[in-house]
Design a binder for this molecule. Structure first.
Ligand code: G6P
Length: 606
């Protein structure tokens, strides 16, 4: 949420900042801006996309030091003035910021009393005025930033420039990520490695409470009380090609189409044919510790939460350990009872989602044992947890999650298999699951081949004002994720219900104008699900059925069949047609598929 890029080096900063901002646009895209240093600070900022900013930056916009920002508004509407960077009145200090300053009103009142005149409604502008004041007395920019941050309450990742010190940038992190990129006689910083991989793969993540000074020939890191810290650079596996659309019209379609490979990557090296188990060294749990857990509690936000619901079901079914999932945002605010024999699992593609991170920190503070299922290596949540499973799904750029969702469900299947085999899952059942998991990549490929047929179904229903999604037990999280995908990218109202609950209220909505997408796997609940279809059809409702075998023609107007796997693993495959359905509906409606309105990919604020 909000993207930051910073550059110091011999080249002109503006093209590098614009390129980086484009890579970060999925984090926020309501306004963008940049500043470079060239005998004073030169600023350009606009409401709208990075492309609009690029058009507003003159060809000769010289300056080898600069910071840029793409915004997702929290304080103040998206407009040119509220766009970052923000400057103090003397135009000495420029700041870009990701996060929320909680005591901004109080600080603003004090600064105004002291003569500061504010141009914007943002909390960020407070930082510019504040640092400008501490800079008067300070011997260095780092000292000025450090001192100013002492009176700030809230979360931030910031990059700061001083017109009087044209050779350096200071960055600081508290709750919002900052990554430093190490180049050849040039240095970068960003809120996400995505902005850096074109230039360098050597990166350093700042910790909360850490600051850094970047100069062309290197960087120094230190704490808020000026203690020097030492950092080991990490090499990023992903290169710039992973962040391109790869010839697809949208990142979303690329990421949906990548799922055969991304699932294979999640599984790679983790299946064992001798004991029919999963190898998950990163869990850091020995068999005795594993047996001691009586419950599993899964937390996450959005699609990560729905993937967690699939995970809870897998763990209950395969390991027979009671498990449930809850939105991390709810969990952290209800003063959760943390039990020593409950294992907590935090799920996050980005590893940055603030509510999930805060829930993990609350759990750790209370002594809970927390695992992470995370895609972004080295991210805040990955570093905070006691152990976990990396998805290795590759970068996910489109705001709506697809391949991270399926890889998370697969990671849960591995955990459930592992726990199951430590408990009472028989070797025969272990083998059944191992073989089922191995089949997934090919079966995903089979589903993707139906793209054109699914597109036709999507076009048929896209113009409806609303759609109902229903599923039972294993099918219910699938229905929830299907509804989530449709609403977030096509803006069609979509509601998910357990199929069994339909007659307790939502059946009143059913009629020709409210079609239903029904998840109907061939499992022990097949007959019950078919009865539900009959109830919908009897009320004139139209049905799109996603399942394994053709029902009686009267029960569904459209049917999308997916290959059958083991019942426990079927939800993973049943999800994929729903992603394509949402994608094609959004395209048919002319939506901005990869950057849906009002949303951002990484929600790093509360
Ligand atoms: C945002 C995104 C969702 C995502 C959720 C959790 O709301 O728009 O697509 O599912 O955050 O993100 P995470 O990175 O923690 O999985």
């Amino acid at each position: 949420m909000c993207g930051i890029v910073a550059y110091v080096g011999p080249k002109d900063a503006a093209p590098i900042l614009l390129e980086g901002l484009q890579r970060l646009e999925y984090r926020g895209y309501d306004s963008a801006g940049l500043v470079v240093s060239n005998k004073g600070l030169k600023v350009r900022k606009v409401k709208g996309r990075v492309a609009e900013l690029a058009a507003a930056v003159p060809a000769r916009f010289k300056g080898g030091l600069g910071i840029g920002h793409t915004r997702w508004a929290t304080h103040g509407v998206p407009n040119d003035v509220n766009a970052h960077p923000h400057l103090d009145n003397a135009e000495r200090i420029a700041v870009v910021h990701n996060g929320i300053i909680e005591n901004a009103d109080e600080l603003r009142a004090k600064l105004e009393a002291d003569g500061a005149v504010f141009a914007s409604e943002t909390d960020t502008e407070v930082l510019a005025h504040l640092i400008a004041r501490t800079a008067e007395e300070a011997e260095s920019l780092e000292e000025a930033v450090r001192k100013a941050l002492k009176s700030v309450v809230g979360t931030y990742g910031i990059a700061v420039m001083d017109a009087r010190r044209a050779g350096e940038i200071v960055v600081a992190r508290n709750g919002s990520p900052i990554v430093i990129g190490i180049g050849e006689k040039e240095m970068f910083a960003a809120s996400d490695v995505a902005a850096l991989v074109r230039y360098t793969r050597q990166v350093v993540h700042l910790e909360d409470g850490e600051l850094a000074v970047l100069q062309a020939d290197g960087f120094r890191t230190f704490t808020s009380d000026a203690r020097v810290t030492s950092k080991e650079p990490l090499t990023v596996d992903w290169d710039a090609g992973h962040y391109d659309t790869g010839g697809y019209e949208h990142y979303l379609l690329k990421e949906i189409s990548d799922q055969s490979e991304s699932v294979a990557r999640t599984l790679r090296g983790r299946l064992d044919d001798r004991f029919h188990i999963a190898h998950l060294g990163g869990l850091n749990l020995d068999p005795r510790e594993t047996r001691a857990f009586r419950r599993v509690k899964i937390i996450g936000c959005g699609s990560a939460y729905y993937a967690g619901q699939i995970g809870a079901q897998l763990i209950e079914e395969l390991a027979r350990i009671p498990a449930d999932a809850e939105p991390a945002s709810e969990f952290r605010y209800r003063s959760p009872v943390v039990e020593h024999d409950t294992l907590y699992v935090a799920v996050s593609q980005s590893g940055e989602t603030y509510d999930t991170l805060a829930a993990v920190q609350e759990l750790k503070r209370k002594g809970g044992r927390v695992l992470g299922i995370v895609n972004a290596v080295g991210s805040a949540i990955a570093r905070e947890v006691d152990g976990g499973v990396y998805l290795h799904a590759g970068p996910e750029v489109s705001v709506a999650s697809t391949k991270a969702f399926t890889s998370t469900a697969v990671a849960f299947a591995l955990i459930a298999l592992h726990f199951g085999r430590v408990h009472d899952l028989s070797p025969a059942d272990g083998r059944r699951i191992v073989e089922g998991l191995r089949k997934l990549p090919d079966q995903i490929q089979e589903i993707l081949k139906q793209n054109d047929a699914i597109e036709a179904v999507a076009q048929k229903y896209a113009s409806h004002a609303g759609m109902m999604f229903v599923g039972r037990v294993r099918g219910y999280p699938v229905a929830r994720e299907g509804a989530q995908k449709l609403k977030e990218i096509s803006y069609v109202h979509a509601e998910a219900y357990p199929a069994s609950e339909l007659k307790h209220g939502p059946l009143a909505l059913i009629g020709p104008e409210m079609p239903t997408v029904a998840i109907v796997p061939d499992d022990e609940l097949l007959d019950k699900n078919l009865t539900t279809l009959g109830e919908i059809r009897a009320r004139g409702g139209r049905v799109v059925m996603i399942g394994h075998s053709e029902p009686d023609a009267k029960l569904a107007e459209d049917v999308i069949l997916v290959p059958k796997n083991e019942v426990e693993l079927d939800p993973i495959l049943l999800t994929i047609p729903l992603q394509l359905l949402a994608y094609h509906a959004a395209v048919a409606l002319g939506r901005d598929v990869d950057k849906p309105r009002n949303l951002a990919k990484s929600v790093t604020v509360e």
